[in-house]
Write a protein that binds this ligand. Structure first.
Ligand code: GDP
Length: 309
């Protein structure tokens, strides 16, 4: 995670350090807060959340402490941590411990993965499958993005790696049929986890809403508790666009968690803070590279540690 956030760390924390050094311990309150605001906005924390953080810091720092970089950074760190942990929890349990949290419920744990094309949805589905496989769980994958043959092929490779069964129907089939077959197969095979990769065409909000709603209805027919998770995948490198996508998806479907991909190699990691502050949906995983092990469970304290150390 530390390497994944290096550029964002440089943008915010290194930027603050440079400011305080250049002021040789004589920074004024106005200068310090203005610099903080600019650095946060440049790291894609967004104007609204940056203003919120600046206000919080302002209300907690004594005037004479504005020249102390350490006090300043500690308070900022605490406030960022507070934002990242204030998000609501998913009552149906998390993907990390489905067997434990769903001990008295009907398996499989059904996860629907949504997001715009190109954000890393297929890769994330594959990485999740592999994680489950390593935990010794049986996985069934549903290739419900029936419009992109290449995406289905890519998913098949991931499925093979994870020894997972994969349900695919012919190109252009109803995505809800794929979802239904996937949950059915998972129940029949006593699989623990069912991952359904959906299509992400945002051009027509109405179509997307109908498609995702239908997938939800059809799955619930097979298992009334499902879906247990709806994970929205967002590409961190797109900064404020990711936030905009999240707003749209939140309108059409009940998102239970977020996956923020491509945090490696971007200075826009501040988007994680903006998304948590504005949407109140917990970030569950972060993607920090293209290979199978590059998906990490999101932990707020690790995130701030990596950002500030
Ligand atoms: P989809 O269209 O949303 O299914 O996106 P894909 O899963 O096909 O991913 C699009 C591209 O992003 C691929 O080249 C992936 O290897 C890459 N990708 C996905 N997640 C990450 C990540 O966390 N870090 C990096 N650097 N690349 C990623």
């Amino acid at each position: 995670l530390k390497t994944g956030l290096r550029k964002t760390h440089t943008q915010i924390v290194h930027g603050l350090d440079e400011f305080f050094i250049s002021k040789q311990d004589k920074a004024t309150r106005e200068e310090a807060l203005e610099t903080l605001f600019e650095l946060l906005v440049q790291a894609d924390v967004g104007v609204k959340t940056s203003e919120y953080l600046v206000d919080k810091v302002k209300s907690r720092i004594q005037k004479e402490d504005y020249s102390d970089a350490k006090i300043f950074k500690n308070i900022l760190r605490e406030e960022i941590f507070n934002i990242l942990t204030a998000t609501r929890e998913n009552p149906k349990g998390t993907l990390e411990n489905p067997l434990q949290s769903l001990a008295d419920k009907k398996l499989p744990h059904v996860v629907v993965i949504v997001g715009v094309n190109g954000v890393g949805k297929t890769t994330t589905t594959g990485k999740l499958a592999f994680k489950s496989h390593l935990r010794g769980q049986k996985v069934v994958i549903g290739a419900a993005d029936t419009f992109r043959a290449a995406a289905v092929e890519q998913l098949a490779v991931w499925a093979q790696r994870s020894k997972a069964d994969m349900i695919r129907l012919k190109e252009g089939s109803d995505p809800a049929s794929v979802a239904f077959e996937t949950v059915k197969k998972a129940s029949e095979n006593n699989a623990s986890i069912c991952l359904i990769d959906t299509a992400g065409r945002l051009q027509n909000r109405q179509d997307l809403m109908q498609e995702l709603a239908k997938i939800g209805r059809v799955i619930a027919k097979e298992n009334p508790d499902a879906p247990h998770e709806v994970l929205l995948v967002l590409d961190a490198t797109t900064g404020q666009n990711a936030l905009q996508q999240a707003r749209v998806f939140k309108e059409v479907v009940n998102i239970t968690g977020l996956v923020l991909t491509k945090l490696d190699g971007t200075a826009k990691g501040g988007i994680a803070i903006a998304i948590a502050a504005e949407l109140g949906v917990p970030i569950r995983y972060i993607g920090v590279g293209e290979s199978v092990e590059d998906l990490e469970v999101f932990e707020a304290h690790e995130f701030v540690n990596a950002l500030f150390s």
